[in-house]
Write a protein that binds this ligand. Structure first.
Ligand code: GAR
Length: 217
């Protein structure tokens, strides 16, 4: 069966990209990464892509007069590579409604919170400040409103009493590295449909409850 052709957009370190690279290296992978784009030439993720032998390129937003012109360059590069699904993996530019609609239901994002809580930036600091006992991450289809859209996969982790932003970010990031490949697999297997702005996932079983603190004896 033909593999789903995936384009990954990054801005930084690219650990989520690495998780996708590793998962797509499985012999029976249903997806292949055909292009990695970064809006920053110094993003370490580009080196990860290069090391994996993937086509990669920087398209610097500062080289364009408008968001639309920048996004047009992204779309042209994605189309030229025959990309069928676009994956935002730590891509830190807000996208216009035009770009989002162009890739409607073929554009996914990973966000470091349990959406719809903590949309936007500084999610871990805000989670600690709010005193929530569970934090996590979300993979979702992208809609024009920032950090919104049908949710595909979420993972929850406990917030611990002595957590710092860094320790919580590390714990969430480990789950991001499981959730993003999982979402991609589900999509590539044709098991995700968007019905009335919610995702329906074929033959998906939930994985128990996470309670923090754990109930005592
Ligand atoms: C990840 O934690 C991702 O969820 C977050 O940026 C980090 C990128 O890390 N994305 C956002 O905040 C998007 N608004 P990575 O470059 O190592 O994958």
């Amino acid at each position: 069966m033909a593999r789903l052709r995936v384009g990954v957009l990054i801005s930084g370190s690219g650990t989520n990209l690495q998780a996708l690279i590793d998962d797509c290296a499985r012999a029976d992978a249903e997806s292949e990464i055909v292009l990695v784009l970064s809006n920053r030439a110094d993003a370490f993720g580009l080196a990860r892509a290069q090391r994996a032998g993937l086509p990669q390129r920087a398209i610097d937003h500062e080289g364009y007069d408008s968001r639309e012109a920048f996004e047009q360059a992204l779309t042209e590069a994605l189309e030229a590579s025959g990309v069928e699904l676009v994956c935002l993996a730590g891509f830190m530019r807000v996208l216009t409604a035009r770009f989002v609609e162009r890739w409607r239901d073929r554009l996914i994002n990973i966000h470091p919170s349990l959406l719809p809580a903590f949309q936007g930036l500084d999610t871990h600091a805000r989670a600690i400040e709010a005193g929530v006992r569970l934090a996590g991450c979300t993979v979702h289809f992208v809609r024009p409103e920032v950090d919104s859209g049908p949710i595909i996969v979420q993972a929850a982790v406990p917030v611990l009493p002595d957590d710092t932003v860094e320790s919580l970010a590390d714990r969430v990031l480990r789950e991001e590295h499981r959730c993003l490949p999982l979402a991609l697999r589900l999509i590539a297997q044709g098991r995700v449909s968007v019905v009335g702005e919610r995702c329906v996932i074929d033959a998906a079983a939930p994985d128990g409850a996470l309670i923090n603190p754990a109930p005592g004896p």
